[in-house]
Design a protein. Sequence first.
Length: 281
Amino acid sequence: MKTILVPTDYSDNSKAGLKFALQWASREEVKLLFMHVLQVNRESGMSEQEFHHFIAGKIRHEKQVLETFIQTVFAEFNVQPKHYAVEVVEGFSADTSLLAYCDEHPEISYICISTRGASGIKKMLGTNTGNLITTSEIPVMAVPFHHQENDLNRVLYASDLMDYPQEIEKVMGFARPLKAEIEILHFSWPYEDYSDDSPLRRDYEYGFKLSFPAHDVTQRLMTNLHDEIREKRPSVVVMFTHQEKKFWEKIFSPSKTEQLSFRLDVPLLVFRKEGKNRKNG
């Protein structure tokens, strides 16, 4: 069973990620792991042992707070997931703490997080969502904080087609349990000919819709992609990012992928480009 890590800072904005995860769990049998990162300040004069006991007590209390919060979310959205757990970890940086936890728990298949959390000094999410997108080896589902529930039945895979055979398997791995249709979007360049798209369909029984709009050179690639997303209105957009590269020649650089997640009106699922391997669920 897949485990989906769902961070929250208790803010209303963070509920978008929680709500999407709950909808996901209603369509696929997964375990939801709701997590809060707790910052604990060490009081002067505390010994190492005293500080460890202090942290343990804080975490026990915070888990009760988190459980209460999650139950209110269940009641608010009138849903009760079949498999879930709550966890509190201590750490100064939310994104670093989340990734460290994932490294120690290989059963985690996805991270599902709102693109915005609390404002001001309590801010935990938001920029951390961008950090996760550009550093996580685990796929990250970035959910716009204002996202409204949809049918979760249409997946738009925006691709440069460079690593298509490997990537489409991961896209199908996400879409198949949801029984969602997949549309493959690739902005074609003058030297590319996709009049025969059979190689992209061959060996796959899933069945895809293929779209090859010409790249409009008068606009930025991200603008073209955003326009297509607004027109097609998918339930989820899937992209792949390669953190080892500082710049991508075509559509997807880590920075552009990060920027896009905060402009979308639909959730963005970001996978890691092939390089350092880790399971993707």
